[in-house]
Design a protein around this ligand. Structure first.
Ligand code: AMP
Length: 207
């Protein structure tokens, strides 16, 4: 099964994609995590996109399409995958249609006020990208990732002044994908607890 998880910043899509990936034993592919890895490793791509990510804009379609195309060609994707953060524009969705077949799109819905309040409480692992919430999903040891012992930090683009721009980008460029995928979409209320949202996704997917 090939899935896409859609949702505004801090809708919980990264967290839910990771849980779904464990449950189904298929890879969780997050374009934002791959881009930030490149930034941390100061690769050519990382240096090119760093300022764009920090101000909350979208990286060009060509760059992310190439990135995801290469990733989907890897052997671990043969039984399926969960895409998180890609596609983010109609052009990306059209390119994806030329590469693979998507079975289901899971849309996690939260309103902007919830997104803003969650984002400012979000901390992310610098090494593996795993997300935490200071109150609702804290790491066992403060400031340290449960999965890889990496350092937790507040992302540059999670600072309040950038978050409003990211939400605008989401509404303008990514939300139209709901219509694009209307035949395949499953709509999930993202406001309840992490556990409740997971249950609702699993129930909808009958897994
Ligand atoms: P995320 O971790 O999904 O919130 O992504 C963080 C940032 O990475 C976004 O704000 C964009 O700057 C960039 N990014 C991630 N995925 C994409 C994409 N599919 N298209 C364009 N930019 C992206």
């Amino acid at each position: 099964m090939n899935y896409i998880i859609l949702g505004a910043p801090a809708s919980g899509k990264g967290t839910q994609a990771e849980l779904l990936s464990k449950k189904l034993n298929i890879p969780h592919i997050a374009s934002g995590i791959i881009l930030r890895e490149n930034i941390n490793n100061k690769t050519e791509l990382g240096l090119k996109v760093e300022a764009i990510l920090n101000r909350g804009d979208l990286v060009s379609d060509d760059i992310v399409i190439d990135l995801i195309k290469n990733r989907l060609e890897q052997g671990d994707c043969k039984d399926g995958y969960i895409l998180d953060g890609f596609p983010r524009t109609i052009a990306q969705a059209e390119a994806l249609d030329g590469i693979t077949k998507i079975d289901k799109v899971i849309d996690i819905v939260v309103n902007d006020d919830v997104a803003v309040s969650r984002i400012t409480n979000r901390r992310m692992c610098k090494s593996c990208g795993n997300p935490y919430h200071l109150e609702f999903n804290p790491s066992k040891l403060e400031g340290v990732c449960d999965k890889c012992n990496g350092e937790l930090y507040l992302r540059e683009d999670d600072k309040e002044e950038v978050v409003k721009d990211r939400l605008k980008v989401y509404h303008d460029q990514t939300e139209p994908l709901k219509e694009y995928y209307k035949e395949k979409i499953i709509t999930i209320d993202g406001i309840p607890s992490i556990k409740q949202v997971t249950e609702s996704i699993f129930k909808n997917l009958q897994i």
